[in-house]
Design a protein. Structure first.
Length: 417
């Protein structure tokens, strides 16, 4: 693997050993406390093992499997199953786990599969020398490490459940008789800071050109969305849904971007078209990471001959080399910032022009380049199984692309309808 290949895994910092029964209660208590104090303990990485479950817990109550949670939390499990959080250990990271040193992989697992039990399972599956020698305890399903960011990663510490204050009409967390001894309520679950553990690097974290590779919380803090009290959960977990939609979802991109098209008839040049695409909905940069790439095109269709013309275009992304050693450009849109596209219609007096902004979204463009680069690099030695996994990961990354239109309008005889 080339120097700098540690940057393949964008989540860094921290490491953990792999022992099933090392017990650390991480006693968080049930008393009210501030959000920062709660989060400092809740996300103290690496997360310690859960330890032995209480004797009175049933197998379902003790289980760390999302499928056990689904018995009572069916809607949340259904949402999670369709989300990217359930796929954080898919092929795109699995092939890397097979070729990178274990310490680097453990660092990435802090966000991709953060439970100590998940790390121990992966260590066993990859034959790491530090892997536990015994089989996993009953409450750890054998495939837990392949299920990504599971329910327990956010909600369980030392077999104690944690969650937001209950919704209206739901029982309080300390109501007697609830399964798994109820839960500890914390306002942190509805606070943007809860997400920072995996979506905000520390100030001395990995950076390029003086900018952190993950800076989402800071971007939000500098925006009007923070001042207006709009949290990450407002957009990404509306009504407490566990979907966490983002740039992979066309609806979220429509929610983030607004587009308006203006037309002006000029005496000498003809009909000038101007489009303004503004980040009005995202409380962070659009896009916030360097992985996606978005192409904006101002398009005119129709006219007398049924033509299609791209009048102007721009790329919105933070583009780097595949090893994250050099930044080529950063044209992302900060909250409320805009990209302007403009051009002239090819025919000044023609009726029937349809104008729109075409948005081509490649949510995993960086991974497309990186995966293809590794596959085509003769210096990178991969065994057959790893190459097969990587080839499938590349195909999956390419299949996330989609196209949508914004700001559509029509003209009649060069005059706006």
């Amino acid at each position: 693997m080339r120097p700098g290949a540690a940057a393949l895994l964008l989540i860094a910092l921290g490491a953990v050993g792999g022992a099933w029964w090392m017990f650390s209660s991480h006693d968080q208590g049930r008393s009210a406390e501030g959000v920062d104090a709660f989060l400092e303990r809740h996300w103290s990485k690496p997360l310690p093992p859960q330890g032995a479950p209480p004797d009175h817990f049933s197998p379902r109550e003790a289980s760390l499997s999302p499928q056990s949670c689904a018995e009572c939390h069916a809607e949340q499990h259904r949402d999670w199953s369709g989300s990217l959080h359930s796929r954080t250990m898919d092929k795109g990271i699995l092939w890397q786990a097979r070729v990178l040193p274990s310490d680097q992989v453990k660092s990435c697992l802090d966000c991709h599969a953060p439970l100590a039990e998940q790390k121990a399972l992966l260590a066993q599956s990859l034959g790491w020398p530090e892997a536990p020698q015994d089989p996993p305890p009953e409450y750890v399903s054998p495939d837990l490490h392949r299920q990504g960011l599971v329910c327990a990663a956010c909600h369980v510490r030392a077999h104690q459940r944690f969650g937001p204050p209950p919704a209206p009409g739901r029982p309080a967390g300390d109501t007697p008789g609830l399964p798994h001894d109820g839960f500890v309520e914390s306002a942190a679950f509805a606070d943007s800071r809860f997400c920072a553990s995996c979506h905000q690097f520390p100030e001395d974290g990995p950076a390029l050109n003086g900018k952190l590779l993950e800076n989402t919380l800071n971007e939000w803090r500098a925006s009007r969305h923070a001042r207006e009290g709009r949290q990450c959960q407002t957009c990404h977990m509306p009504d407490r849904r566990h979907e966490w939609k983002g740039i992979h979802d066309p609806g979220m991109v429509r929610q983030a971007l607004s587009a308006g098209i203006e037309v002006e008839v000029e005496e000498t040049d003809g009909v000038r078209v101007r489009a303004e695409i503004r980040n009005t909905g995202a409380g962070h940069y659009f896009p916030t990471y360097l992985v996606p790439r978005v192409r904006l095109q101002l398009v005119a269709e129709g006219g007398a001959a049924g033509e299609r013309h791209v009048l102007d275009e721009a790329i919105v992304s933070r583009e780097t080399d595949i090893w994250l050693s050099e930044e080529y450009s950063d044209t992302r849109l900060a909250p409320d910032a805009a990209q302007v596209l403009e051009g002239l219609l090819p025919e000044t007096g023609s009726a029937g022009w349809r104008l729109y902004v075409q948005v081509d979204v490649a949510p995993k463009e960086h991974y497309e380049r990186m995966f293809a680069g590794v596959l085509n690099d003769s210096e990178v030695k991969l065994d057959r199984e790893t190459r097969t996994i990587l080839t499938a990961a590349l195909a999956e990354a390419r299949n996330t692309r989609y196209v949508l239109r914004l700001g559509e309008r029509t003209l009649a005889d060069g005059i706006a309808n």
